[in-house]
Design a protein around this ligand. Structure first.
Ligand SMILES: C[S@@+](CC[C@H](N)C(=O)[O-])C[C@H]1O[C@@H](n2cnc3c(N)ncnc32)[C@H](O)[C@@H]1O
Length: 254
């Protein structure tokens, strides 16, 4: 069973993406880790040089919050995820604006909540679809920004996405990859990890692994910490610190 098709993960991600501070009720000291799906856009994407008609792609969009945030600034934003349930939830928010769900508090105790599409976003600028980031449809076109948030360490073969990136990002466009680099063999066979291993006695960090495979086509602009908090129940939270790497697609040689 794909965990991203389960009731548990659907409600955790709706709360993660759309929950208010009082609905999440974080323990003291970790409030800065809220609103991750928004901060992936506001803290990582350079929004100062957008051309009219600019296109955005959110790969592994889950229940869609970053896709909506991209659509605040870009003429169109496509969110693609492998989970049918996540995409159906994102699409329900796009079309209806609201989606009831259940937050787990303790054991079988739950609270009924409603996720709401963020204010000020034109739903017609947004599209969600089910798709595989390792085998994207060939007619997707190219984008001014591609976001892959907490995705690469959940792919069975990250190189298949990485190889496609130069054709997905327009020359001069941006690529944002965020991840806590939680490499696990249940998701990615060890010989396909981008980093987090030793090779010939040398430690290979994931950022170094990304540089090795991306630098022919992209320039690393920034790498920064991006904390995030996922509530499982009232007394259990996952606090993680993703690294966000920000890349610019090199202009093609003339
Ligand atoms: C850790 S979650 C991150 C979701 C979201 N970007 C965020 O930061 O909250 C990983 C997401 O990647 C999706 N995913 C996993 N494998 C995928 C694939 N091959 N293609 C597209 N999405 C995939 C999962 O369904 C899930 O929504």
């Amino acid at each position: 069973m794909n965990i991203y098709e389960t009731d548990k993960l659907l409600s955790e991600y709706l709360l993660f993406h759309y929950g208010t501070r009082s609905e999440i009720a974080p323990p003291a000291g970790v409030e800065h880790a809220l609103d991750y799906a928004v901060r992936c856009v506001t803290e990582c994407v350079n929004l100062t040089t957008l051309k009219s008609g600019a296109r955005a792609l959110d790969l592994g969009c889950a229940v869609g919050r970053s896709t909506f945030e991209l659509a605040r600034h870009y003429s169109s934003a496509i969110g693609i995820d492998f989970s049918r349930r996540f995409v159906d939830a994102a699409e329900a928010l796009r079309t209806k604006g609201v989606l009831p769900y259940s937050r787990t508090d303790e054991g079988a105790l739950t609270t009924a909540l409603v996720a709401r599409r963020p204010e000020g976003i034109a739903p017609e600028r947004v599209a969600f679809e089910v798709g595989d980031a390792m085998a994207l449809r060939s007619d997707l076109g190219s984008f001014d920004v591609v976001l892959g948030a907490n995705l690469i360490d959940r792919l069975s073969h990250p190189a298949l996405l990485i190889e496609r990136l130069p054709s997905l990002v327009r020359p001069g466009g941006q690529l944002i990859l965020t991840s806590p680099y939680t490499w696990l063999e249940e998701f990615t066979p060890r010989d396909r990890w981008v980093g987090g291993f030793e090779r010939e006695g040398l430690r290979v960090a994931t950022l170094a692994g990304l540089r090795a495979v991306l630098e022919e086509d992209f320039t690393l602009i920034d790498a920064r910490d991006l904390p995030f908090l996922i509530r499982e129940h009232a007394r259990k939270f996952q606090f993680s610190v993703a690294q966000a790497s920000v890349w610019r697609r090199n202009e093609e040689a003339t």
